[in-house]
Design a protein around this ligand. Structure first.
Ligand SMILES: Cc1cn([C@H]2C[C@H](O)[C@@H](COP(=O)(O)OP(=O)(O)O[C@H]3O[C@@H](C)C(=O)[C@@H](O)[C@H]3O)O2)c(=O)[nH]c1=O
Length: 164
């Protein structure tokens, strides 16, 4: 089974993506939230996400200044079983919550990791209001993610342009 084919994807979508790095993460506990992350220009990343074990609700938030959908979120359930993938383009913050224990997420990125450009927005930012499906025990978060700023407090990094 092919999990990524640049030529087929470009033919189907008109988007030619040049992925340069593959990442993988294991989240042991159900309710683990990672996000909402993005890298700032010039190191911004498109991401193609899939799940190797378990299930996630994967979330993308539009953070392009001037966009009609600025600050709004979309979500898709990705699992090892349904084999769905989600493309999160540059200009969107990305995060997920695990819906099963021992969930393994794999994703391709179109720019290399840059610690200096690694930024994020608080997962429970009230202006975005992602409806996270959490277990009764609540969200499991890294210290870094728990302290991320709100969208309203970060300077604009991406600008929306209408398609011609
Ligand atoms: C993302 C990344 C992290 N690292 C290192 C930094 C750190 O020591 C360790 C864990 O990093 P993090 O805590 O940032 O890992 P994580 O919370 O899994 O970060 C990821 O979250 C999801 C939601 C995304 O959208 C990804 O782009 C990425 O930001 O791995 C790399 O070396 N390369 C990478 O590409």
């Amino acid at each position: 089974m092919e999990t990524w084919n640049r030529r087929a994807f470009a033919a189907a979508s008109g988007i030619d993506l040049d992925f340069v790095q593959d990442n993988q993460s294991l989240s042991v506990s159900t309710g683990t939230v990672r996000g909402l992350h993005f890298q700032s220009p010039p190191c911004a990343q498109d991401k193609l996400i899939r799940v190797l074990a378990g299930t996630i609700l994967d979330v993308a938030v539009d953070i392009r200044q001037g966009s009609p959908s600025f600050g709004r979120w979309v979500a898709a359930e990705l699992s090892a079983k349904n084999r769905q993938q989600l493309l999160v383009p540059i200009g969107f913050a990305h995060g997920f919550v695990t819906l099963e224990p021992d969930t393994i997420v794999a994703y391709k990125v179109s720019n290399h990791y840059s610690k200096e450009n690694d930024l994020g927005i608080r997962w429970n930012d009230p202006d975005i209001a992602v409806d996270w499906p959490l277990p009764p025990s609540g969200a499991v978060l890294s210290e870094k993610d728990a302290a991320l700023p709100f969208l309203r407090d970060i300077s604009p990094l991406f600008t929306w342009r209408a398609a011609l």
